[in-house]
Write a protein that binds this ligand. Structure first.
Ligand code: PMP
Length: 396
């Protein structure tokens, strides 16, 4: 008889990397997400966090979180549909809708849950999801959970998107779902072209602004603001609160009727406990700070530009990034792990991203700064990349 657990016992991949001392995951950090973190009793420069604006450790954010804990305790003990909804949740949804220039919004316990819930609630039998090959896993998993079909187009390739759209039966429901900013290489989707093709083929659009919210656009409203497409060209804007907003949660914003439908049909929202008020209050505070002060964004972009210049002058390939996500493309998985280890030994915390998460031969070190990094810390990151890259023969 087959033993269903046998595959776990035979799975040696990560164990081998651990034995070789090149396993760069699940590291037990001993301090807050800040430009410097403590790890195994040692100080590291954190260059691999999505705490882009530094809000996860901001004094005003912590004050708002403490007040929420005092008032509401630590959790809601139930789904929002039943006992778990609070005035904070309702207020935050109004705030997100205003920020994203939409009629209404709905929050979830995480961005992953949001995509599962939104995409699976919208796609019914006979409908098609048209997704970029590099879309986030939560979008793909949402489609798998739905009754609809998934078709994929080559990354940011508009000719391929049109080829795919033209093949779908004309009468079928069509939903294009794209990341606004792609999470691994920091490139932006060509939204104006996507809107044109969606109109031509009668498709609706969801843009995932996980890495664009608080970052792209003059005032940080995201990909739609960046391209001047905030007049209903994009049907739903979704995102997470685990990056720029410095806490956890997910959201969808759109027309009131669609949000009303999702509120009562997105299963990952209904059958899961409400986001705790401590997170809701933190997101509200993050939005206040982002809307009223652009200095954090300006600082993040200035520091990122300095880092980008330093790394490209050293001869590293930084892909097509136009955002604070800097992919240092190394090549083989093996070299990527070696580079990670060398940087780790120099006290630099970065994330190794290897195939199958990226195409084979395109393994990369994903580097991201925070608005709160100092110029000296950026200099140290550049110097460490120089030393590690030279030692491994990756640069001259
Ligand atoms: N969408 C995208 C594009 C993401 O990058 C992520 C997080 N990596 C998510 C959704 C999921 O967000 P969360 O961390 O809130 O689950």
């Amino acid at each position: 008889m087959a033993d269903i657990l046998e595959k776990c016992r035979n799975w040696k991949d990560a164990k081998m990397a651990m034995r070789m001392g090149i396993y760069g995951y699940f590291q037990p950090i001993e301090s807050a997400q800040a430009p410097e973190v403590m790890l195994n009793g040692k100080r590291f420069i954190m260059a691999g966090s999505n705490n882009y604006l530094g809000l996860a450790n901001d004094p005003e954010m912590k004050k708002a979180a403490k007040e929420a804990v005092e008032k509401f305790g630590t959790g809601c003990a139930g789904s929002r549909l039943l006992n778990g909804n609070t005035i904070y949740h309702d207020r935050l949804e109004e705030q997100i809708a205003r920020f994203k220039r939409k009629e209404a919004a709905l929050i979830f316990a995480a961005g992953y849950q949001m995509n599962l819930g939104v995409v699976s609630a919208l796609l019914k039998k006979g409908d098609y999801a048209i997704v970029d090959k590099l879309d986030h896993a939560s979008i793909l998993d949402g489609v798998k959970l739905s009754e609809g079909e998934m078709v994929r187009f080559k990354h940011n390739d508009m000719a391929d998107l049109e080829r795919v759209l033209a093949k779908i039966p004309e009468e079928a429901g069509k939903l294009i779902v794209v990341d606004g900013v792609f999470s691994m290489e920091g490139d932006i989707c060509p939204l104006p072209e996507i809107v044109k093709l969606a109109n031509k083929y009668g498709a609706k659009i969801i843009v995932d602004d996980a890495h664009a919210t608080g970052i792209l656009g003059k005032t940080g409203r995201g990909t739609c603001e960046h391209f001047g497409l905030e007049n209903g060209e994009v049907d739903l804007v979704v995102g997470t609160c685990s990056k720029t907003f410095g806490t956890v949660g997910g959201f969808v914003a759109g027309d009131a009727d669609i949000i009303h439908y999702l509120r009562h049909n997105a299963r990952s929202q209904i059958f899961s406990a409400a986001l705790p008020p401590v997170c809701v209050a933190s997101i509200s505070k993050a939005l206040d700070l982002i809307e009223n002060d652009t200095s954090r964004r300006d600082s993040l972009f200035a520091k990122t530009e300095k880092l980008k210049k330093g790394l490209s002058e050293l001869g590293f390939n930084l892909g097509e990034s136009e955002t604070p996500i800097l992919p240092v493309i190394i090549g083989s998985n093996e070299n990527c792990f070696k580079m990670w280890k060398a940087l780790n030994e120099m006290g630099i915390f970065v994330n190794p991203v290897v195939s199958p998460a990226v195409p084979p031969g395109r393994a990369l070190i994903r580097v991201t700064l925070m608005a709160t990094h100092t110029d000296e810390q950026v200099d140290k990151i550049i110097a460490s990349f120089a030393a590690a890259g030279k030692a491994l023969g990756l640069i001259k």
